[in-house]
Design a protein around this ligand. Structure first.
Ligand code: PAF
Length: 282
């Protein structure tokens, strides 16, 4: 029988657990999540557990990273189910704060990262990285882990968090882990639960078209033409609209003219009311 996962919901309780582990010389890994866990999150927990003695997973659906018209209200929530999966993956503690713990009355601080936050997701979801940077800063300062784990699925988020952690001298190592995919290539995401069976079939095309675009640029296709062609292929495959397909510098996400430096292809497209993102190394 699996035992249940200990849960704390406020900062003093979290810090008591962390202090006890530190007192006995343990290293600590943190996995920030918004719950609705899938294999992608669990792979972060397992990696954290391989590299750290104790693993804390955070569960907080962060209102500050959703715009008013976005899916905050309908975002899937299942703490009991998440908790059972986390025990099996080796997590030691769940930190699930209420909104008032994270954003008490009078909360007035925003962490804004420029440059790497500005293009792509920053253009289409202008509120998003401010919300992410603020909550991730708080979670890391509340737990003070040795390492914090993020999936490469949200590639720009990972670069924003890296930049912010360096800029603010937060004494935590940021680790990015590979995207976990379904058998047909679709990147795992809590939002895949919104897809109808027909949309789910189309969704897998996103990753295939990314692959084809990588092949095309390696074969000499000009970058801008390859991006435009990929967007056309997505629409032809059944996507409702395309926010971007972009080949960018892998660290700064600035536009590139060639593949001289490490380069990443990133895409965001809509299937009905569901927005999917994916990315790969070029
Ligand atoms: O990637 C996510 O699930 C969220 O953006 C994060 C990092 C947990 C912050 O709310």
């Amino acid at each position: 029988m699996t035992s249940s996962l200990p849960v704390v919901r406020d900062v003093p309780s979290l810090r008591r657990e962390v202090a006890a582990w530190r007192g006995s010389g343990r290293t600590i890994g943190l996995v920030p999540t918004m719950g609705a866990l899938h294999e992608g999150h669990l792979s972060l927990v397992r990696t954290a557990k391989e590299r750290c003695d104790r693993v804390i997973t955070t569960l907080f659906v962060n209102p500050r990273q959703f715009a008013p018209h976005e899916d905050f209200e309908r975002y899937p929530r299942d703490e009991a189910g998440d908790s059972a999966m986390l025990v099996a993956a080796g997590c030691d503690l769940l930190y699930a704060p209420e909104r008032a713990v994270m954003y008490p009355e009078g909360f007035a601080t925003n962490v804004i990262v420029s440059d790497v936050s500005t293009p792509l997701e920053g253009e289409f979801r202008p509120h998003f990285f401010g919300g992410v940077a603020t909550v991730v800063t708080k979670l890391m300062l509340q737990a003070l882990p040795d390492r914090t784990y993020f999936g490469e699925k949200d590639y720009q988020q990972l670069q924003v968090v890296r930049r912010m952690t360096r800029d603010l001298d937060i004494p935590v190592t940021i680790e990015g882990c590979p995207t976990v995919r379904e058998a047909d290539g679709l990147a795992m995401s809590s939002r895949n639960a919104y897809l109808s069976p027909d949309q789910r079939r189309v969704a897998a095309r996103l990753n295939h078209i990314i692959h084809d675009t990588i092949k095309a640029v390696h074969a000499g296709a000009p970058i801008e033409a390859a991006e435009q062609e990929a967007a056309q292929h997505l629409i032809a495959a059944g996507f409702t609209s395309v926010d971007y397909v972009a080949i960018r510098d892998a660290e700064t996400l600035a536009p590139v003219n060639d593949l001289a430096r490490p380069t990443r292809i990133l895409a965001a497209a809509w299937l009905g009311k569901t927005r999917l993102i994916d990315n790969m190394a070029v």
